[in-house]
Write a protein that binds this ligand. Structure first.
Ligand code: RIB
Ligand code: CA
Length: 321
């Protein structure tokens, strides 16, 4: 099987850690690089976490530093969800010799898109600052990206603002630049999609009791304990608390196997001026706009999500993964 060339742009973030685990564990991708961006926690932590996770999972790829701040406005971070170091206090000490690749994330994205000659796919699961800078510096980029999947946006209520989802709210201008850049295949896995799938109690226990030789086991246990200890503090009460809801892994599942759901093509723009609505992804549900720019998942299969999730987890039990 020819592995699909992919760049993961991320802000780890414990759900980013789950997502990267799934993408690599699926065995479907030639991960050409991981690019870190500000987001859940400052870039100093998201980048260290990205490099740490690449070593933990055994992903042989360069890790690049990206943007420290949003293009125009900065709002806040999400230590309340992900802990001060972004991985809920998990020890992210880097192995001897681990280091970042030289150069900026946005230049690497362009260079790799040219190298892959139209076959590159991008999974973006943090604020879209790196991607927006890449598009501004290299306007030809979208034509060279075969498939862009993001975790971001809110077709209904938000999780950061009333109507805005965290990734988009941290850099709404970047989102608008990316939305209007002309990516030919652009799937926006929004909060509604993320809230439509979960791991149930039985699956949570399966995750909690992974064998110790599974490279994801320790982080999974820490993640579930953190959730148990903090569920009442989290803002997004749209999640039912006996299940494990997560965001970035839903984008991973859509990337891994898009038959997991059904999608609608819509025109979307990002509000960058509203006092109460900046960061809202405004979806033209009724089709007034003359063209569509994104696919939005409207029906995802929960059982298939759990099946994909655990197929990927299982791949870490082999010693040579
Ligand atoms: O709103 C959820 C998104 O914001 C996820 O990507 C999470 O990691 C945070 O970045
Ligand atoms: Ca993220």
């Amino acid at each position: 099987m020819i592995k699909r060339p992919l760049i993961i742009d991320c802000d780890p973030g414990i759900d980013d850690a789950e997502c990267i685990m799934m993408v690599h564990g699926s065995g479907k991708f030639d991960i050409r690089g991981i690019t870190a961006v500000h987001g859940n926690v400052p870039l100093s932590h998201t980048s260290q976490n990205a490099l740490f996770l690449s070593k933990l999972y055994g992903i042989d790829c360069p890790v690049y530093l990206g943007a420290k701040e949003a293009i125009i406005q900065r709002l806040s971070r999400a230590e309340y969800v992900h802990g001060n170091n972004g991985l809920i206090g998990f020890d992210t000490t880097l192995p001897e010799g681990a280091q970042f690749a030289q150069g900026h994330a946005w230049d690497f994205i362009w260079e790799e898109a040219v190298k892959q000659n139209g076959e590159l796919e991008i999974l973006a699961i943090g604020p879209l600052t790196n991607l927006a800078i890449a598009v501004m510096k290299h306007p030809e980029l979208p034509k060279l990206v075969k498939n862009l999947v993001i975790m971001g946006g809110a077709a209904g209520s938000g999780n950061f603002g009333v109507y805005s989802e965290y990734n988009i709210a941290q850099d709404p201008h970047a989102c608008e630049i990316v939305l209007q850049a002309g990516f030919p295949k652009f799937t926006m896995v929004d909060l509604n999609a993320c809230r439509s799938v979960w791991l149930n109690g039985e699956e949570i226990e399966k995750l909690r009791n992974l064998p110790e030789n599974n490279r994801f086991a320790a982080l999974a246990k820490r993640m579930l304990k953190h959730e148990d200890d903090n569920k009442s503090n989290w803002q997004d009460d749209a999640f039912v608390d006996e299940y494990h809801y997560t965001c970035d892994p839903v984008a991973a599942a859509v990337l891994i196997d898009e038959t997991i759901g059904q999608y609608v093509d819509k025109y979307v723009f990002c509000d960058c001026v509203g006092e109460m609505t900046t960061g809202q992804t405004v979806i033209d549900w009724l089709g007034f706009a003359p063209f569509k720019n994104v696919k939005i998942p409207v029906a995802l299969d929960r059982d298939k999500f759990a099946e994909i999730y655990f197929e990927c987890v299982k791949s870490y039990e082999k010693e040579d993964c």
